[in-house]
Design a protein around this ligand. Structure first.
Ligand code: PGA
Length: 249
């Protein structure tokens, strides 16, 4: 059984006091959640404070990126041991905004995934097609290649790996994918994992949907057996909307 997993990606929002306030509100609403795994991914500057505010809570802490070297002269970058030291549970890797604006490629995604896993961090690897690619009928090829190249050389078991299928055209636009579309691509991702790592590993790996997930559409996605949770952007910045998403049942 794959435990549903709902993560909030706060992107470049929230100062430290704002982040702590949000997480305190979330603890009141979500600390008793048992059947859904929950994580929040604040910006790096708030990771420590949010980690402290989460002590004793079941809510997990996530970061939004990581570099692949352990240390060195890499101005601005954050190393896996630094995240591990803060008690970070998950790191988002390969988000489409990183691919679009910061030159992230499947090659750098792969290096980051390997480095994070080597430090026992959970990873949420994001894949998804652009609108142009979807309109050109390239969705399945694009996503399959992102999975194959992003995960090449990773060794099973995949228990620390989560994949988020996030169609770029659905992110921050209010135009979510339909549950049918999400299910089709998520099934393709699972088949690709099966070819790479074997059926059992593929069946055990959680795959989230992301892109304009809101309290009023989460149920459609979670009703599908193939969809194991959500990566939530905008709607995770407000405690009550994120709590409603987590309590979708
Ligand atoms: P959104 O973002 O929920 O604001 O569309 C999702 C994401 O980028 O992970």
């Amino acid at each position: 059984m794959r435990k549903p997993f709902i993560a909030g990606n706060w992107k470049m929002y929230k100062t430290v006091p704002e982040a702590v306030r949000l997480v305190k509100q979330l603890r009141v609403m979500l600390d008793d959640m048992e059947d859904v795994e929950v994580a929040v991914c604040p910006p790096f500057t708030a990771l420590h404070a949010v980690g402290e505010a989460l002590k004793g809570s079941g809510i997990k802490l996530g970061a939004q990126d990581v570099y692949w070297e352990n240390e060195g002269a890499y101005t601005s970058q954050i190393a896996p041991p630094m995240l591990a030291d803060l008690g970070v549970d998950y790191v988002i890797i390969g988000h489409s905004e990183r691919r679009q604006y910061f030159g992230e490629t499947d090659v750098t995604v792969n290096k980051k995934v390997k480095a994070a896993l080597a430090h026992n961090l959970g990873v949420i690897v994001c894949v998804g097609e652009t609108l142009e690619q979807r309109q050109a009928g390239e969705t399945e090829d694009v996503v399959r290649i992102q999975v194959e190249q992003g995960l090449v050389g990773i060794e099973a078991p995949l228990e620390k790996l989560v994949i988020a299928y996030e169609p770029v055209w659905a992110i921050g636009t209010g135009h979510n994918a339909t549950a049918d579309d999400a299910e089709t691509v998520i099934s393709l991702i699972r088949r690709t994992l099966g070819v790479m790592f074997g059926r059992d590993q593929a069946d055990a790996t959680r795959i989230q949907y992301g892109g304009s997930v809101k309290p009023n559409n989460i149920q459609e996605f979670m009703a599908r057996e193939t969809i194991d949770g959500a990566l939530v952007g905008g709607a995770s910045l407000d405690a009550s909307s994120f709590a409603q998403i987590v309590k979708y049942k």
